[in-house]
Ligand binder design. Structure first.
Ligand code: C2E
Ligand code: CA
Ligand code: CA
Length: 388
């Protein structure tokens, strides 16, 4: 828990050599940081509103390397060791490595006062160094894989559950690596999503999915839709809608034949991302909320942003038969969607019992291995010709 502390001008906040168990962010007032040398205090800096101090001792496990005194009436926000560690640990590995190196360098500048290097910091730097190198290597492998056209798209049909008629399909990326073999998308897409690669990869996969759908609809004289997974990073790109429109016009599809699937996480990505989502919808694209019920704790965004489809997460669907709580959750999602006029798609339907249960609860659309696994476009075409 973050707490607040207040000090009067002249109060000592901590002294050099004290054990360090928290850091501080200055909310109001100024703080003087000084170090003891040859029995005398030497001021080294004066910090003001919004600045942090006291973080080094809690990150590297050593005692306070300086003294902090309030120069004015001061209000501080206190951050505990656990809170700080959590934040550093959750950061990108390259950022973590940078943080540890910066602390180490600052510590070295005061080496005469410290005498020895912290073993905890040494381990932190070594571990994070490995993580950072692995991450950077993996990103360049993905970049090469993209350039070498090792990515492809598979499609999984989405059906009307009552009639078992296909309505459209979801595009799912595949990576066939000559060295690693087939790599699961949940193992590499999070790295792609966090890197600058997401924008070009996203652009490519959207264009490919639209081309494939347009050809399929032409050849089968059908009106299927395609659902495309879009990450927050793509929506945050100011040129996103323009790129989407260029590919769509080229394909000859209507915007309402394209569903953009985003997870609830994008509602935490800030106003620009949400604005982009709204603009896409204004242009006529369908918006589908993926993994519904697993990510975001508040439903208030459903009031603010119009979405067309909610996708009930597989984790509820898979245990529908055995877990009465999952059934209660699905039932309430179905009621919620019904009263808001939103479509529902259940994913991860693996057997007939689950299908029947979903239909009896009022769910109208779904996808899952029971009907079909994701497949390459040629196979999908055969599958759909047989189904129609
Ligand atoms: P997701 O968007 O929730 O995709 C559904 C996943 O469930 C797919 O896994 C699909 O193959 C799998 N699935 C469908 N029906 C069943 C079933 O009946 N049983 C089981 N056990 N699984 C089923 P996949 O293709 O491995 O994708 C995993 C995740 O990777 C996706 O989850 C999505 O988060 C990400 N992903 C895949 N393709 C893309 C993409 O093109 N762009 C982005 N941004 N993410 C993608
Ligand atoms: Ca999806
Ligand atoms: Ca999903």
């Amino acid at each position: 828990m973050t707490t607040r502390q207040e000090y009067r001008a002249g109060d000592r906040i901590f002294s050099q050599g004290d054990p360090g168990d928290c850091a501080y962010i200055i909310e109001a007032g100024r703080v003087e940081i000084s170090i003891l040398r040859n029995g005398q205090q030497f001021p080294v800096s004066i910090l003001g509103e919004g600045e942090i101090f006291g973080e080094m001792a809690i990150l590297d496990g050593l005692s306070r390397s300086a003294t902090a005194v309030a120069l004015d009436p001061v209000r501080l926000c206190v951050i505990s060791r656990d809170q700080l560690f959590q934040r550093v640990e959750n950061a990108d590995p390259v950022v973590r490595l940078l943080v540890s190196l910066l602390i180490k360098r600052t510590r070295q500048m005061n080496a005469d006062l410290i005498g020895e290097q912290s073993p905890i910091l040494g381990r932190l730097v070594a571990d994070q160094g490995k993580d950072a190198i692995n991450r950077v290597r993996f990103e360049s492998e993905l970049q090469k894989a993209f350039e070498a056209e090792e990515f492809s798209l598979h499609y999984q049909p989405i059906l009307n559950l009552k009639t078992s008629t296909p309505l459209g399909f979801e595009a799912l990326i595949r990576w066939e690596s000559p060295t690693l073999g087939r790599v699961r998308p949940d193992l590499f897409m999070n790295v792609v999503e966090e890197s600058s690669l997401m924008v070009p990869v996203g652009r490519w996969l959207q264009a490919r999915a639209m081309e494939d759908l347009a050809r399929m609809n032409r050849e089968l004289s059908a009106d299927y839709f395609v659902s495309i997974n879009v990450s927050g990073r793509q929506f945050a790109d100011p040129g996103y809608l323009e790129d989407l429109e260029v590919s769509r016009r080229k394909s000859g599809l209507r915007p309402d034949q394209i569903k953009l699937e985003a997870t609830e996480r994008i509602f935490m990505d800030g106003p620009l991302t949400i604005k982009m989502l709204e603009r896409c919808r204004e242009y006529g694209y369908q918006i589908s909320l993926d993994d519904f019920g697993t990510g975001y704790s508040s439903l208030s965004y459903l009031r603010e942003i119009a979405v067309d489809t909610l996708k009930i997460d597989q984790s509820f669907v898979r245990v529908l038969d055995s877990d009465p709580k999952a059934e209660a959750i699905i039932q309430s999602i179905i009621t919620l969607a019904g009263s808001l006029g939103i479509n529902l798609t259940a994913e991860g339907i693996e057997d007939q019992a689950t299908l029947e249960k979903l239909v009896s609860l009022g769910c109208t659309q779904g996808q899952g291995y029971y009907f079909a696994k994701p497949m390459p476009v040629a196979e999908l075409k055969r599958h759909l010709s047989l189904a129609s």
